[in-house]
Each structure stands twice: as structure tokens, then as C-alpha cells.
Design a protein around this ligand. Structure first.
Ligand code: HEM
Ligand SMILES: CC(C)=CCC/C(C)=C/CC/C(C)=C/COP(=O)(O)OP(=O)(O)O
Length: 316
């Protein structure tokens, strides 16, 4: 048996092997959890929970819990459909190659059925447990992530996440609507905050995984327009995000606790974005500013959304 054949056999059984040729093993329950991108979804669920807790009025705790569960299940379903569509792309990127589909631990069809089934389940349960406005917005966010972002924009334009990022901005609106049955100024302001937060959040990451995206042929901004443009765009969107972060204070929708958190948190964000902007080349000895900004972007959103809830509860 030639050496090439042995290598091919090894590659086929490797968890990093391409989705196209890998043998499909029976999926383990852990693979279904992985399909929902649980780490990313923690923040999605947290922002949904904060929208629910900040809303005026009362919701029975069991129904409130069900609403948050539906946001988690809907977001997980959308993530599964994203991976069903992108199995071949994920196989080409180091960061994603060991996901259940590209690693050959699950059939694509299984992911499709899981994603569609969970989407329907989450929307119907949301409608029955809370109201049909919350269910409708959940539907829009799932469809937006799958069709507008994943299928339409992501493979076509470097502006994919600017528009497509709206999908991830809906959860606080859903949480709010689940309690009140309406959508007013504060949930719209929270939507805007996540919407303008997404470009600096994602492009900071894209700067240090750009070779992955280039290898997979995805037109992310650093691949298409280069690092200098991406660093400038990160700074530009950080300024718009700062306006969105301070808008609830200016509009008297929140009080001093959120105001302080937004002011301090956003000043740190802007300082980090400025460091990213100034950076031209990589110094392997220090953590790159873009890596620091990416990590901080997550903490920032946790902080500001937590502050909204504390603020509204103290005001109440
Ligand atoms: C279209 C918009 C977005 C894109 C393209 C994007 C992209 C990414 C990517 C590629 C990662 C690395 C994850 C991994 O390697 O598994 C990541 C991490 C993360 N994202 Fe985003 N993101 C977006 C929006 C959001 C939103 C709206 C939230 C929550 C509100 C969010 C929360 C997170 C969190 C918490 C992590 C860290 C996960 C970990 O600890 O591994 N992202 N994002
Ligand atoms: C309620 C509801 C439906 C919420 C949706 C939440 C949402 C859209 C979150 C976006 C975050 C996310 C997983 C981005 C990954 O981008 P990617 O898919 O390009 O990343 P990848 O390269 O890791 O696959």
C-alpha cells in the first residue's frame, strides 16, 4: 500500500478532515449542542433576558423563563441552519473544521431537520406562552440570520455583517415584546446598540482570522479591502455605536447607573478601537489590540445590558 493511500486513510478518519469525504458517524447529543453555537448564544440569550427584565409590566416567571428558552432555542436553530448551509466552508477554516458537519460526525440532512424543527418549535411555543408579536420578531430574526446573512450576503459582500448583523440585535426586542406585547423607544435603542456594536466586534476578530476567511473564499472586509480599511471602519462604527450607547441616556430612557456604565464602558471601547486603528503591523510579543478589542466587546455588551436592568429596577 503506497504512502499516499495511508495518508488518505488517516485524513478521512481525522476530525479535521473535509466534510465532503469524511465518514459520517452517528451524531452524539454533544454534537447537537455544538450545532447551536452555545458560547456565542450566551450573550444573545443574556441580551434577550435583559430586554425582558427591563420591560415595564409583569410576566409570570414560568412564562418569562419559557420566553428566554424560546430565544435560546430559536437562536440555536438558526445556528444549526447556518452550519447546514456552510458545511463546505467550515471544512476549509481551522476555526470551524472540527464542527459536527465538516468533521463528519453528523449528516447535513440531520442538521437541516434539527434546525427547521427547532425553529418551528421555538416560534410556536413563544406565541403560545407569551404573544404573537414576540413570536413574529423571533421568526424575523431566524429568517434574517439564515437567509439574509448566511445565504445571501455573507458569500457576496464585505458589508455582510453590517446589514446581516441585525439578526443578532433582535433578542432584547423579543424579550421586551414578550412582556409588553409592544415595541417602544428603549427596545429600539437596545437594538441599535447591538446593531452598531456588531461591526467592531466582528471585524476585530476578522483581523486575526483573516487567512481562514481568505482560504474559505469568504469576502470579509480585511480580505477584500485590507487591514488599513478594516481598522478605519472599526473606529468609524465605534463612534456610531457610542452614539447608540448614549442615546438611552439622552432620551431619558435610563438613569445614572446605565449612564455611568455607558460612558465609562464606551470610553474604554473607543480607546481600544483607536489602538486598533493606529496599529499597522503585528508584534507577536504582545496581544494584538484587535484581539483585546474582540474580547472586550463581549464584556462591554454584558456590562451595558446588565446596567440597563439594574437601572430600570432601581427607577421602578
Ligand atoms: C453577524 C453578526 C456576528 C458575526 C458575524 C459574529 C461572529 C463571531 C465569530 C466568528 C465568533 C467566533 C466564534 C467561534 O469561533 O465559535 C464570535 C464570537 C462571539 N460572538 Fe459574535 N458575531 C456576530 C454577532 C454577535 C452577537 C449579536 C452576539 C451577541 C449579542 C455575539 C456574541 C459573541 C460571543 C459571546 C462570542 C464569543 C464566543 C466564545 O467565547 O467562544 N456575536 N462572533
Ligand atoms: C434569536 C436569533 C435567531 C438570534 C440570532 C443570533 C445571531 C444572528 C447571532 C449572530 C452571531 C453569530 C453566531 C455569528 C457567527 O457568524 P458566522 O455565522 O458568520 O460565523 P461562523 O464563521 O462561526 O459560522
Amino acid at each position: 500500500m503506497g504512502r499516499r493511500l495511508i495518508e488518505e486513510e488517516f485524513m478521512a478518519s481525522s476530525p479535521l478532515s473535509s466534510g465532503a469525504n469524511a465518514p459520517v458517524l452517528p451524531a452524539h447529543w454533544r454534537d447537537f449542542v455544538a450545532l447551536t453555537k452555545p458560547r456565542v448564544m450566551t450573550l444573545v440569550v443574556f441580551t434577550g433576558l435583559c430586554g425582558l427584565l427591563a420591560a415595564p409590566g409583569h410576566i409570570h416567571p414560568v412564562l418569562g423563563f419559557t420566553a428566554i428558552l424560546c430565544i435560546a432555542l430559536g437562536a440555536g436553530a438558526a445556528a444549526a441552519l447556518n452550519q447546514w448551509w456552510e458545511a463546505d466552508i467550515d471544512a476549509k477554516m481551522k476555526r470551524t473544521a472540527s464542527r459536527p458537519l465538516p468533521a463528519g460526525r453528523m449528516e447535513r440532512q440531520t442538521a437541516l431537520h434539527f434546525g427547521v424543527g427547532l425553529s418551528f418549535f421555538s416560534v410556536i411555543l413563544m406565541g403560545m406562552a407569551t404573544n404573537w408579536l414576540a413570536a413574529a420578531v423571533l421568526t424575523v430574526s431566524i429568517l434574517f440570520y439564515v437567509f439574509i446573512y448566511t445565504i445571501w450576503l455573507k458569500p457576496r459582500t464585505a458589508q455582510n455583517i453590517v446589514i446581516g448583523g441585525a439578526a443578532g440585535a433582535f433578542p432584547p426586542v423579543i424579550g421586551w415584546a414578550a412582556v409588553t406585547g409592544d415595541i417602544t423607544a428603549l427596545p429600539i435603542a437596545l437594538f441599535m446598540l447591538i446593531f452598531f456594536w456588531t461591526p467592531p466586534h466582528f471585524w476585530a476578530l476578522a483581523l486575526f482570522v483573516k487567512t481562514d476567511y481568505a482560504a474559505a473564499g469568504i469576502p470579509m472586509l480585511p480580505v477584500v479591502s485590507g487591514e488599513v480599511v478594516t481598522r478605519r471602519q472599526i473606529l468609524f462604527y465605534t463612534f456610531i455605536m457610542a452614539v447608540a450607547a448614549l442615546a438611552p441616556v439622552a432620551l431619558h430612557l435610563t438613569g445614572a447607573i446605565y449612564g455611568t456604565a455607558a460612558l465609562v464602558g464606551t470610553a474604554i471601547f473607543a480607546a481600544m478601537a483607536f489602538q486598533v486603528y493606529l496599529r499597522r503591523e503585528t508584534d507577536p510579543a504582545r496581544m494584538a489590540p484587535e484581539k483585546r478589542l474582540f474580547k472586550y466587546s463581549i464584556l462591554y455588551l454584558f456590562l451595558l445590558f446588565g446596567a440597563v436592568v439594574v437601572d430600570r429596577w432601581l427607577l421602578a
